[in-house]
Design a protein around this ligand. Structure first.
Ligand code: ADP
Ligand code: MG
Length: 693
C-alpha cells in the first residue's frame, strides 16, 4: 500500500466521503493513519438504575418482561421500554427504530448503554446501544477511539477507513509502509514500542496500557523530529549580521517618560534586552516569555516605534482577527501618546477588498509603517517596503510549523516572539533552542488579586445577581461556555442557547453579546468592538476570547462547565479580568452538582502562578486522563503536550543532540528513515529549501 495514495483507494470511500475527509484535512492513506483519535471511550461498569444522573452516559442491566411500546403515530416513531421498579421512573427510548420491538426478546437479559436525560420528572436512557451481557463484558475490556468529525462524517466511517488502511499497511511487509524510523538501539534505550504497533494501538488499543505505550512512542517521535528539524535549521541560520542603520537617538527614554505607569523591573530588563538587540551586531532572535497580564505588549510596541523612528517597517502578527484589531487600535493610541506620527495599518483576512487594497498599498509604500495583522501578513500578495522587525504575539498558538514564516518576508528582519506558555526556562530553551530568552516574572504591583470561587449550578442564580451588581457598577462580564451549539455527543452549556437565556435574565439590565468561532470574521469583529466600546456589558463566548483580549473594564469571568477545561486554559481565561484598577472576580461553575470538592479546580482557587498550576494539574491526573483534557494546545503538536510530556521532551532533546553529534548530516544507514521523514516534513511545510541534509 502506498502511503501517498488518496483515501479514495480504500474500499467504500466514494467521492462524497472523500470530500468529507478532505474537510478534516485527510487526503492520503498516510493522513488517515495519522488522524489520531481525539479521545477514547471505554464502556463503564453497569450501574444501579437508582444511581443514574441526567447528562451522564451509563450502562444498566434489564430483564425484558414486556417488549417496548412503539408509537408509529408520533413524528419520531418512538419505541419506549419501561424499566420499572424505581423512582424517578426510568425508560429507555429509541427514535425512528420501530424494529427495536422485535430485537428485545421477552425473558432475555440485556445491557443498555446510552445517555441519561430527564424530561418531566422521568429519566430516559436515550437511544441506548443494546448488548448481551457477555458482549458487554468483552467490550468493557477494549478502548474505543473517538475521532474529530465533521457534519456527515461519522465516527464509524473513520473507524472503518482507519481499520482498512491499517490492515493493508501492516500486512504489506514488502513496501514496509510503517517501517520503524527509530534505530533499535534508541527504542531500547527509552523502552519504546515499535512504530507499527504504536500506530495500530493509538487507533485501536488492545487495552489501556497499549494505548499509553503507543502514545508515549508517538510523542517521543514528535518531539525528536521537531528538535532535529530545529537543530538542522539553526545550523543554517546562526547569527546573521544586523544591517540596519540607526541614525537617530533612541526613543526609549521618551517612551518611559510618557508611559502612564512605571514599568516593572522585569519589563525594564526585557525592554533593555530588546533595545540592545536592535542595535547589536546580529539580528535579534528573541523570545519574551511572561504570564498573562505581565505586560508584554508595551515592549513589542516600543520596539516597533523605535524601528519606525529610524525609518523602517515593523509588523506584529496575532493569532486571531480579534486580537489583531485590538492591537491595531492600541498601537494607534500608543503612537499618539508617545507623540509619534507614523502610519498604523491593519491587515487581516476579514478586510473588505477595498480596505485590503489600501492596506497593501501602504505596506508597499510607507517605509516607516507599523503593520498589524494575522496570518494574512505572509500571504504572497504582501510586499513589504523594508520590513526590519517581525513580532509574533502568542507564538505558542501558531504551532511549530509557522515558526519562521514571516521572517522570510523581510531582508533578515529582527525577530521577536512573545508567549505566555507557562513552561520552565529549561524547557523554553529546548523548545526555542534558536532564540535568546527574556523572562517577565513579575506582574504590575498595583493590581488587586482576582477573587476566585468554584461553585455548582445551585449557586447560579446568586452568580447572576452578583453579575447584575457588577453591571450596575459600570463593569463588564465574560461568560464562557464549552460548546457553540447543542451537541448530541457532548454535555455542557452552549453559547447559542445560553445567550438566549442570559438575554432573558438580563432584559432591561444589560446588553448581551455573543461570540463564537463559527461566526463570520466581520460579525466577530463587530461583537468584540461593541464589547470593547462598552456598548454590550455581558459577552457570552467560547474560548475564542482566551488569547490576548484586553478589556480592563471587565471584572467578572464566569466559566460554565469549568471541569471541561484544562487548568492552563482556565488560567488564561482568568487572565482576561483583573487588568484594571477594580477588584475582579472569577466564577468557575462546575457542570454537575459536585458532591466532592473538585480538587483540580481548587488549585486555581489557591494559586495565580501559571507554573505552579500546570505542575499541580499534572500531579492530579492519572494515566487514564492523558487524552481527556489537553493543556492550552501550545505549539500545536499533534499528540504531545509540552506540560504533560515534559520528561519526554527532555529525553528527546538529549537524544537529538546525541544523534546529531555522532552523525551531523544523518548519513548513517540507521538514520535513513529519520532523514527521510524529515525530508517529507520539510516538503510538507513548504520550506524544503530552508535546510539541506
Ligand atoms: P500580556 O503580557 O498578557 O500581553 P498586556 O501587555 O496586554 O499583557 O498588559 C495587560 C494590561 O496591563 C494592559 O492593560 C497594560 O496596559 C497594563 N500594563 C502593562 N504594564 C503595566 C505596568 N507596568 N503597570 C501597570 N499596568 C501595566
Ligand atoms: Mg498579550
Amino acid at each position: 500500500m502506498n502511503l501517498d495514495a488518496p483515501v479514495s483507494e480504500l474500499k467504500g470511500i466514494g467521492k462524497k466521503t472523500e470530500e468529507l475527509f478532505h474537510a478534516v484535512g485527510v487526503y492520503t492513506i498516510r493522513d488517515i493513519l495519522l488522524y489520531f483519535p481525539r479521545d477514547y471511550i471505554s464502556y463503564p461498569d453497569i450501574k444501579d438504575p437508582a444511581d443514574l444522573a441526567p447528562g451522564e452516559h451509563a450502562a444498566i442491566y434489564v430483564h425484558i418482561t414486556r417488549p417496548p411500546i412503539v408509537n408509529t403515530k408520533s413524528r419520531l416513531k418512538t419505541a419506549i421500554l419501561e424499566i420499572g421498579g424505581q423512582a424517578p421512573e426510568l425508560r429507555a427510548i429509541w427514535f425512528h427504530q420501530p424494529y427495536i420491538r422485535s430485537v428485545l426478546k421477552k425473558g432475555q437479559d440485556y445491557i443498555l448503554y446510552g445517555r441519561v436525560a430527564e424530561k418531566n420528572g422521568i429519566l430516559y436512557l436515550e437511544q441506548p446501544l443494546i448488548h448481551s451481557p457477555e458482549q458487554y463484558m468483552d467490550l468493557q475490556k477494549t478502548v474505543q477511539p473517538v475521532y474529530q468529525l465533521t457534519k456527515g462524517l461519522g465516527n464509524n466511517t473513520v473507524k472503518k477507513a482507519v481499520d482498512q488502511a491499517l490492515s493493508d499497511c501492516i500486512l504489506d511487509d514488502e513496501t514496509a509502509a510503517l517501517r520503524d524510523r527509530l534505530p533499535e538501539q534508541i527504542r531500547q534505550k527509552y523502552d519504546l514500542c515499535g512504530y507499527a504497533y504504536a500506530i495500530q494501538n493509538i487507533h485501536f488499543p488492545v487495552d489501556v496500557n497499549a494505548c499509553i505505550e503507543a502514545r508515549r512512542r508517538l510523542v517521543f517521535d514528535e518531539f525528536l523530529l521537531f528538535l532535529l528539524q530545529m537543530h538542522l535549521m539553526k545550523e543554517q541560520e546562526e547569527k546573521t549580521a544586523n544591517h540596519l542603520n540607526f541614525t537617530k537617538e533612541s526613543i526609549l527614554p521618551e517612551i518611559i517618560k510618557r508611559l502612564p505607569y512605571q514599568l516593572t523591573g522585569a519589563q525594564q530588563r526585557a525592554m533593555e534586552d530588546v533595545f540592545a538587540d536592535l542595535r547589536g551586531p546580529y539580528t535579534m532572535q528573541r523570545l519574551i516569555q511572561g504570564d498573562v497580564g505581565s505586560g508584554k505588549t508595551v515592549i513589542a510596541f516600543s520596539a516597533m516605534l523605535e524601528i519606525s523612528g529610524q525609518g523602517y517597517q515593523s509588523a506584529i502578527m496575532a493569532p486571531t482577527d480579534v486580537l489583531a484589531r485590538q492591537h491595531a487600535n492600541k498601537l494607534t493610541a500608543f503612537c499618539e501618546q508617545m507623540g509619534v506620527d507614523a502610519p498604523v495599518v491593519l491587515l487581516t483576512g476579514s478586510l473588505k477588498a477595498a480596505q485590503k487594497r489600501e492596506a497593501l498599498e501602504i505596506i508597499r509604500r510607507e517605509k516607516n509603517a507599523l503593520i498589524v495583522g494575522t496570518h494574512a501578513l505572509f500571504q504572497e500578495c504582501v510586499e513589504y517596503a523594508n520590513l526590519a522587525l517581525v513580532v509574533t504575539d502568542e507564538q505558542h498558538r501558531f504551532g511549530v510549523k509557522q515558526r519562521a514564516g514571516l521572517a522570510e518576508k523581510g531582508e533578515l528582519p529582527h525577530y521577536l516572539v512573545m508567549s505566555a506558555t507557562p513552561i520552565p526556562r529549561t524547557l523554553a530553551i529546548i523548545l526555542y533552542g534558536d532564540l535568546d530568552i527574556s523572562v517577565i516574572d513579575e506582574v504590575p504591583a498595583m493590581r488587586l488579586p482576582i477573587k476566585n470561587c468554584v461553585v455548582d449550578p445551585t449557586w447560579r442564580s446568586n452568580a447572576y445577581s452578583f453579575i447584575e451588581k457588577q453591571v450596575e457598577a459600570g463593569h463588564q462580564v465574560y461568560i464562557v461556555c464549552p460548546l457553540v451549539e447543542p451537541s448530541e455527543e457532548m454535555d455542557g452549556e452552549n453559547v447559542i442557547e445560553y445567550t438566549k437565556k442570559i438575554r432573558e435574565r438580563f432584559k432591561g439590565i444589560a446588553t448581551v453579546g455573543m461570540l463564537h468561532g463559527r461566526m463570520k470574521p466581520e460579525e466577530k469583529n463587530a461583537v468584540m468592538e461593541a464589547f470593547l466600546q462598552g456598548e454590550t456589558q455581558i459577552l457570552v463566548s467560547t474560548t475564542v476570547i482566551e488569547v490576548g483580549v484586553d478589556v480592563p473594564n471587565a471584572t467578572v469571568m464566569m466559566v460554565e462547565n469549568a471541569e471541561r477545561f484544562g487548568l492552563a486554559q482556565l488560567h488564561q481565561l482568568r487572565g482576561r479580568v483583573g487588568r484594571g484598577d477594580a477588584q475582579s472576580y472569577c466564577i468557575f461553575m462546575q457542570g454537575k452538582k459536585a458532591n466532592t470538592e473538585n480538587e483540580r479546580l481548587s488549585i486555581l482557587n489557591r494559586s495565580n502562578d501559571s507554573f505552579e498550576i500546570a505542575r499541580e494539574d499534572l500531579k492530579l491526573r492519572g494515566p487514564g486522563d492523558f487524552f481527556g483534557i489537553r493543556q492550552s494546545g501550545a505549539f500545536s503538536f499533534q499528540l504531545a503536550d509540552v506540560f504533560q510530556d515534559m520528561a519526554m521532551l527532555q529525553k528527546a532533546s538529549e537524544e537529538a543532540k546525541e544523534i546529531l553529534a555522532a552523525d551531523p548530516d544523518l548519513s548513517a544507514p540507521e538514520h535513513y528513515m529519520l532523514k527521510k521523514e524529515l525530508h517529507r516534513m520539510a516538503e510538507q511545510n513548504d520550506s524544503g529549501e530552508r535546510f539541506h541534509i
